[in-house]
Every structure is written in C-alpha cells, then in structure tokens.
Design a protein around this ligand. Structure first.
Ligand SMILES: Cc1cc2nc3c(=O)[nH]c(=O)nc-3n(C[C@H](O)[C@H](O)[C@H](O)COP(=O)(O)OP(=O)(O)OC[C@H]3O[C@@H](n4cnc5c(N)ncnc54)[C@H](O)[C@@H]3O)c2cc1C
Length: 404
C-alpha cells in the first residue's frame, strides 16, 4: 500500500491527523482542494480546551493573541469572566486568525514529513463497499485508511453517507474583520441577547474576538431551531450587531466582505470500512458556542492513535472512543439548542445564566465544554442536572419547535 493514511481536507482536523501520523512514522498524504494560504470563515477563537489540544499536538501557539476570559453580555447585564482553572485544561485561550493558523499547521505537517498536496480536490475510492484510497487530479492514491476531514459536509461526505441528520440542529454564522483600537484586549466579548430585524430573539450570539493585529473578528451566529431561521438574513444581522458595538469599540469599516458558512452539528455515519470522519465532517461542533476547532484537533489525533494501535480495527475503535469523549456532551448541546429556540425559554434562561457572577462562571464552563460528567463542584452538578432534565424534556421541545 503506497500510503498508510490519506486525508481529505487541510483544516485543523486534517492537519492534526497528518502531523500525528507523520510523527508516528506513517506514510501519510493530505489533499487540500484550496491553494496554500487558503482562508476559512471562522471566529478564530481558541478555547482553553483547544489550547490544550494544541499543546498535546506540540504546536507552539505563542504567536497567537492570548485571551484570558470572556465578557458575557445579555441585555444590560455584563459579566467579565476569567476562563476556569482546572487540572485538565490551561487557563487561557487565544485568537489566531485562521489563514495564519491553518497554514502554520499545514507547514508543521509538511516539516513532519507528510505529503501535503494543494489544489487537490479529492474523492474517496470505494471498492466492494470498502474505501481503499482517494482520487485526486486523475491520480488514485491507495491507503489503508482514509480520513474524511472535509469540513461542513460536501460531495466526498455524501459518497460515504456522512451527512447531517435532517432532524437535528445546525448553525449558520458570518464574520468580518474590522479595525479597532481595542484589538489587543485579552477578553472575548459575546452578546447573547441579539434579535433579528423582526424582533425575534436569536438562539446564538454576536461576538467581538480581538485578534491583536489591529483588527477584531466580528461575527454573529444562529441555530436552526429559531423561528424564521430559513429567512434569517445574516448580513443584516451582522450590520445590526456592528451598529450596537460601533461606538464602544470605535469600530472601523469591514476590511473585506463579510463571509458566512455552515456549522454542522450532527452526522448520521462517521466511520465505515476503510474510513473515518473527523471534525466538522463528523458533525463535531459544540451547539452551545459554535466551537469546532478543538473537536477537529482532538478527533484528528484520536483517529491516528486508533490506527497506530491497530489498523484493522481503527474505524470501529475510533467511532467508539470519539463517541465516549464527545457524544453525550454534544447530544446535551443539541437538546439545549431546542430550548433556546423558544423565545419564552431563552429570555428567562439568559436571566439565570448571567444573573450572578457564580451562575455566569458556570455558564462559561458548561458552554466551553471545560467540564465533563466526572467534574466535581457546581459546574459538574449543573451539567448532570441539565443532562437528565433535557433528556426528559427533549421530545416536547422538539414537537413544539419554532411554533413559539
Ligand atoms: C462564521 C464561523 C465562526 C466560527 N467560529 C469559531 C470559533 O471562533 N472557534 C471555533 O473553535 N470554531 C469556530 N467555528 C467552527 C470552525 O470553523 C470549524 O469547526 C473548524 O474549521 C472545523 O475544522 P475542520 O478541519 O473539521 O474543517 P475545515 O476547517 O472546514 O477544513 C476543511 C478543509 O477541507 C477542504 N476540502 C473540502 N472538501 C474537499 C475535497 N473534496 N478535497 C480536498 N479538500 C477538501 C476545504 O477546502 C477545507 O480547507 C466557526 C465557524 C463559522 C462558520
């Protein structure tokens, strides 16, 4: 077999897999359809969990703009929160604009020995129901494992049935860069009380993520559980939000045209004979905050670890292990998205979430997935309570979806 692993897609997930594989001494090829230097529409925010994943991957993140916490805004309430201190994750995050971040990861993969090909749109090659490699630019590259790291699901994902569950939540978000004198601040800012042009509360938020390079990444995102989602105009919503923050941030004009993209939050099939899906291609986006970089990094590393342990069982062991790590949290997040899709639950929920400093601290830890079901203390108890309550309330919330 010419390659051990062939990766389709050169975002953080694909790069994490390529770096891990090359360092483990495997023969790995990564096909990215864009050119070297391609950008990805994103908020560029790295949570402490993502910084932990970069540490695990051995990536020097000192060039990224360090972030110490989050300013949470809901109506007139503002809470300035530090990232929680835990034994498991560092207590800082970062903003690292994706064009620089993604290309740095790809350069590390190349330096580690991965065969990285740009301008190489690839599709899986399937023989007798098993994926045996990829085809790109008329060439077939055979491999023992194919890693689908193609981001929000497209043609390659469709061929493998790695598609979104139509009954589940997904998100849409838009971002732009704009100059601001506050570019070097060390807090992210999130406004949780956005409304669309008709006054409908948005299950989602507006963000100001200072990049430390003279600009701020400004954006808005919404979940598909809201009433009127199909007609939601993201450009209008972004302009409305920019008008709200323009004075306090002395915000200049957008540097370039705002760009929007999808946030997949489910996937009906994430492995099969000869292949696994990671990152957005597997639907690993946190419905509570739209974060996906960490999940892409973690799932990319895990897929390679499973292959190193035993190539023959890698797809099924990856599916089991990644499920143990993420499924319960992401399922709770999807259920939560049906709650906040109801305006009459979103408003009182926000009052509780930011009502006191202690409640806001818990909200931050839960939303950032900086706890898990074994975490002790208040945040752990809230997560377990949320798990149980949402499991019971879920059928009703789905039945009454968007009718509120
Ligand atoms: C507006 C917006 C804001 C966001 N903000 C944040 C944030 O602040 N923090 C955060 O953690 N997450 C954020 N996310 C989510 C985050 O961007 C994704 O979760 C993350 O990029 C997933 O990484 P990935 O490697 O799985 O996929 P991607 O980064 O999407 O990379 C996939 C790559 O595959 C390539 N590709 C696709 N098909 C093929 C093919 N057939 N052949 C070859 N190449 C192919 C694409 O060109 C792309 O380079 C945001 C998303 C959006 C839309």
């Amino acid at each position: 077999m010419p390659f051990d692993i062939a990766i389709i897609g050169g975002g953080p997930g694909g790069s994490a897999a390529a770096i891990s594989a090359a360092r483990a001494g495997l023969k790995v090829v990564l096909c990215e359809k864009g050119p070297h230097g391609r950008d990805k529409v994103c908020g560029d925010g790295l949570t402490p969990r993502a910084i932990g994943a970069l540490d695990e991957l051995g990536i020097d993140h000192s060039v990224a703009h360090r972030i110490d916490g989050l300013r949470m805004i809901a109506g007139k309430k503002q809470r300035e929160l530090a990232w929680p201190t835990t034994d498991r994750f560092p207590n800082h995050g970062a903003v690292w604009p994706r064009q620089r971040f993604d290309n740095h990861l790809l350069d590390v993969a190349i330096a580690a020995g991965a065969d990285v090909r740009f301008g190489a749109e690839a599709l899986p090659v399937i023989e007798n129901g098993t994926v045996v490699g990829v085809e790109t630019n008329g060439e077939v590259l055979r491999s023992s494992l194919v890693v689908l790291a193609t981001g929000a699901q497209g043609a390659a994902a469709k061929m493998l049935g790695a598609v979104r569950d139509p009954d589940e939540t997904f998100g849409l978000a838009i971002r732009a860069y704009a100059p601001t004198p506050r570019h070097a601040e060390r807090h992210l800012e999130a406004c949780l009380s956005l409304r669309d042009e008709h006054g409908t509360p948005i299950p989602g938020y507006g963000w100001m993520f200072p990049a430390g390079d003279g600009t701020v990444n400004i954006g808005v995102g919404a979940l598909s559980t809201m009433k009127g989602f199909k007609k939601l105009n993201l450009n209008t919503l972004l302009d409305q939000y920019a008008a709200i923050v323009r004075d306090s941030w002395s915000l200049g004009d957008y540097v370039d045209k705002p760009r929007a993209w999808r946030l997949p939050m489910s996937c009906v099939r994430r492995h099969g004979p000869g292949w696994v899906a990671i990152g957005d291609a597997a639907g690993f986006v946190n419905p509570m905050n739209g974060e996906g970089i960490d999940y892409a990094l973690e799932s990319g590393m895990l897929a390679v670890q499973c292959f190193v342990n035993d190539p023959a069982t890698a797809p099924s062991s990856y599916d089991r292990l990644v499920g143990e790590r993420f499924d319960s949290f992401l399922r709770t997040g999807r259920r939560f998205s049906f709650i906040i899709g109801h305006p009459w639950l979103l408003r009182p929920g926000l009052r509780v979430a930011v009502g006191t400093q202690a409640a806001a601290d818990i909200t931050l830890a839960v939303m950032g997935n900086l706890i898990d079901s074994s975490t002790p203390g208040a945040a752990g108890r809230v997560m377990r309570l949320a798990d149980n309550t949402l499991r019971i309330a879920d059928p009703l919330l789905r039945r009454t979806r968007a009718k509120a």
